[in-house]
Design a protein. Structure first.
Length: 321
C-alpha cells in the first residue's frame, strides 16, 4: 500500500524543510511513502528547498490558490499510484504524529475520508486552539453548522487542512473551487455517499504569522460562501431554487389576497392596482424559480451520470497503471 503525503506550499521557504523532515518514512500497513510538494507559484526558495529535503516537487508558474494546488497534488498522487492520501499544511502547525490516527479509519475500512478536528480534545471536550482569534473560531463553527445543514450530518471542523483520503475518495472527488477546497470536499464526498469521519488533531498557531488562505477574514468568508452556494446549487437545485422561490410565492400570494379582499369590499382595485401587479409579478417569479429548480435537477442527474463515467474511466486507468 502506497501513501502520498501532499503538502501545498506558497512562500514557505522558512518552514518547508523542517516540515518535510518531520514526515514519517514508515508506518504500519504502509509499504511505501512519497512526499509531494505542490509549489503554488512561490517567489522564494520553497521549491528548491523541498527538493533538497527529499520531496517530489510540482510547481505552478503563478499563484493559483490552495484549491488548485490541492487538485494538482491529487492528480499527481493518482498518477503516482497512491492507495491513500494525506494532505497537510506546509507551515508546521500540525503534528505529523497525527498522520497514523488520521489514516487508521481508512486502513481499517471504516471510512473513505477522515478530516482533522482542531476543536475537540482526545477526551471529547470542545476547545479553541491557542492564538486562534475568537472571530476565526466563531467563523469556523458557523461554517461547520452550514455544511452540516447541507449534508445532513454535522462535523466539528470542516475547514481543517489536515485530512486523509482513500483511493475511492480520491477517484470520486471532483472539485471546482480554486480559492480553497476544504468545505467543498465535504459537500462533494457526502453527495457521493462516501463514509466520512473526524479525528482530533493537535494544532499550533503562531501569533506573528498571517494565514496564506484566511489572511483577510472578509475575503475568506466571501470566497468560501461563494463556493458553498455554488456546490449547494449544483447538488440540491430543487431545495436551492425552492428556498429562493418560496418567500416570493408567499409574499405574492398574501399581497394578492389583500387586493382581492379590498376588491370584494370596495368593488375596485384602486388605490392598490400597483400592489396587484406586484403580487402577480412576485408569485409568477417564485413559480419560475421552482420550474428552474426542476430543470436544474434534470441537469444534475446528467452531470452525476457523467461523473460516474469519469470515475469508471479513472478507476480503470489507475488500476491498470
Amino acid at each position: 500500500m502506497k501513501l502520498i503525503i501532499l503538502i501545498p506550499a506558497f512562500n514557505e521557504a522558512e518552514k518547508i524543510s523542517s516540515v518535510i523532515g518531520t514526515m514519517p518514512r514508515s508506518l504500519p500497513q504502509i509499504d511505501e511513502i512519497e512526499i509531494i510538494v505542490v509549489d503554488d507559484g512561490s517567489k522564494d526558495e520553497t521549491a528548491n528547498l523541498a527538493r533538497v529535503a527529499g520531496a517530489t516537487v510540482i510547481s505552478h508558474f503563478r499563484n493559483m490558490g490552495v484549491g488548485q494546488a490541492f487538485h494538482t497534488g491529487l492528480q499527481a498522487a493518482l498518477n503516482s499510484g497512491a492507495d491513500v492520501l494525506v494532505n497537510i499544511d506546509a507551515d508546521g502547525q500540525f503534528d505529523s504524529n497525527d498522520i497514523l490516527p488520521l489514516l487508521q479509519p481508512i486502513l481499517d475500512k471504516k471510512a473513505d475520508f477522515v478530516s482533522g478536528d482542531r476543536f475537540t480534545t482526545d477526551d471529547g471536550a470542545a476547545q479553541r486552539p491557542d492564538y486562534m482569534s475568537a472571530i476565526k473560531f466563531w467563523g469556523n463553527k458557523r461554517m461547520s453548522d452550514l455544511i452540516g445543514f447541507i449534508v445532513g450530518h454535522r462535523f466539528p471542523d470542516v475547514s481543517c487542512g489536515f485530512r486523509a483520503y482513500s483511493k475511492e475518495a480520491m477517484l470520486k472527488l471532483n472539485l471546482t473551487g480554486k480559492f480553497t477546497y476544504t468545505q467543498e470536499s465535504f459537500l462533494d464526498l457526502a453527495n457521493k455517499g462516501m463514509v466520512m469521519k473526524s479525528v482530533p488533531v493537535k494544532v499550533r498557531y503562531f501569533p506573528e504569522r498571517k494565514s496564506r488562505v484566511a489572511g483577510s477574514i472578509m475575503k475568506y468568508m466571501f470566497q468560501t460562501i461563494k463556493i458553498i452556494i455554488r456546490a449547494y446549487r449544483d447538488y440540491r437545485p430543487m431545495r436551492f431554487f425552492g428556498l429562493l422561490g418560496l418567500p416570493l410565492v408567499i409574499i405574492g400570494f398574501l399581497m394578492g389576497i389583500f387586493v382581492l379582499i379590498h376588491y370584494f369590499v370596495s368593488g375596485a382595485f384602486s388605490p392598490y392596482i400597483f400592489l396587484a401587479f406586484g403580487a402577480v409579478y412576485l408569485f409568477s417569479f417564485g413559480i419560475l424559480m421552482w420550474l428552474i429548480g426542476l430543470l436544474a435537477d434534470m441537469f444534475v442527474r446528467l452531470r452525476l451520470n457523467q461523473e460516474q463515467l469519469l470515475y469508471n474511466d479513472k478507476k480503470q486507468r489507475y488500476d491498470k497503471e
